[in-house]
Design a protein around this ligand. Structure first.
Ligand code: SF4
Length: 81
């Protein structure tokens, strides 16, 4: 039995015939059509930064980011900002 397509349809769940009825929070709420609730999306962070490539004698200056945080431990051209 495919519960998702036969019993627990989004608009008309048939909780009376469902083997999960005893455990289901949607059914217990009295309004199973409202489950699952949509998650609120977090806003996408916007960051601004400046970087520069410093070359001297055929070498390039790189900086290793702190081990914890955004892109932790990766190497980058020196960033300020
Ligand atoms: S009891 Fe739960 S899983 Fe079963 S049909 Fe109702 S809402 Fe869907």
């Amino acid at each position: 039995m495919d519960i998702g397509s036969m019993l627990c349809t989004p608009k008309e769940p048939k909780c009376d015939h469902c083997p999960l009825n005893y455990f289901c929070k949607g059914s217990a709420s009295g309004n199973p059509a409202k489950f699952p609730t949509k998650r609120i999306k977090k806003p996408i962070p916007h960051m601004e930064s400046v970087s520069a490539v410093i070359k001297k004698g055929g070498k390039v200056l790189l900086n290793q980011r702190p081990p914890i945080g955004l892109l932790g431990g990766l190497w980058e051209f020196r960033i300020g900002g």
